[in-house]
Ligand binder design. Sequence first.
Ligand SMILES: Nc1ncnc2c1ncn2[C@@H]1O[C@H](COP(=O)(O)OP(=O)(O)OP(=O)(O)O)[C@@H](O)[C@H]1O
Ligand SMILES: [Mg+2]
Length: 323
Amino acid sequence: MSASKDSIVIETKDLKKHFKELKAVDGVSLKIRKGELFSILGPNGAGKTTLARMLTTVLTPTAGDATVNGHSILTGKNEIVKKIGVCPQVITIYEVLRAEENVEFIAAMHGIPRLEAKKKAKKLLEDFGIAGRKDWSKHFSGGMKRRLNFAMSLIFEPEILFLDEPTAGLDPQARRLVWDFIRDLKSKDITIILMTHDMIEADSLSDRVAIIDQGKIIAVGTPTELKDKYGSDNVLEVSFNKQEDLKVVKNNIQNIPFVVNWSETSRKERKMLLISFQGGLKNIVRLLQQGLIENIDEVENMKFRQNSLEDVFLNLTGRRLRD
Ligand SMILES: Nc1ncnc2c1ncn2[C@@H]1O[C@H](COP(=O)(O)OP(=O)(O)OP(=O)(O)O)[C@@H](O)[C@H]1O
Ligand SMILES: [Mg+2]
């Protein structure tokens, strides 16, 4: 079967997992395409890990079904596990093995010949910045353990990769390293399902995002689609030394099509103009060019608040993502 770029690799149909009264996953229907980086974004307890555990055949659903690579999670466990890599939220490493032994152990489980496994493990550990460590992984820092866990999920070159909070607890440098790695995997046409509560991560990496809350998907789309449809406008706040300059700028922006509205306020002695506008970052450049450039020397201060996935969540649920 030849899989075209748009072919569906994962499909869930009204998938549910209840723990007694608690509806952890409550009727999720999704389609994920081949080669897509699809994020499941939601606050703590939303059901992300439970969903991932069902799709990776660790948990049996209460109701509904899903297919992964054409196989049902109810009946096709053996077929599914051959194709998927899983980097779980709870770090799963063998603490009395060294880094490379952990990776080689997983390779052996997948039947990769020993020499090939050694070579691949070395390269992966170099990529993740932990090749130098020769002691038991028990002694690694939390961030190093997480990176090792990630390397273990990649050793057999899976077609589909599940990453459950891969950057949780990482410092900014390690977080960027993991992001770069994910981008690199994406360019190799691997389908990646990323569970995260980090909206910057979801925004910067995903082709599409599903926002999940209390076990239900409340919105699906590209980050831009979601922000355009459910988000807030971007806001540029400009303060001026003189009222006259504010007037000139106000006149200039009246006819800019992507400017939604503006309002004047004054704080202490400063005169401020709050300009709400739509579109991406390009429009901030246009706004400066068309509305502000002549008076730029008279601008006392400028602040920019960008429409974000956090706004989307807030507008859809009335709550912040990190509640
Ligand atoms: N095995 C279990 N038994 C009982 N309740 C469970 C079990 N696993 C998960 N839950 C509950 O299901 C809900 C969803 O949990 P889940 O781990 O899927 O959330 P999550 O979105 O991954 O959250 P986080 O961002 O904190 O990782 C939570 O209320 C959790 O306590
Ligand atoms: Mg989780």
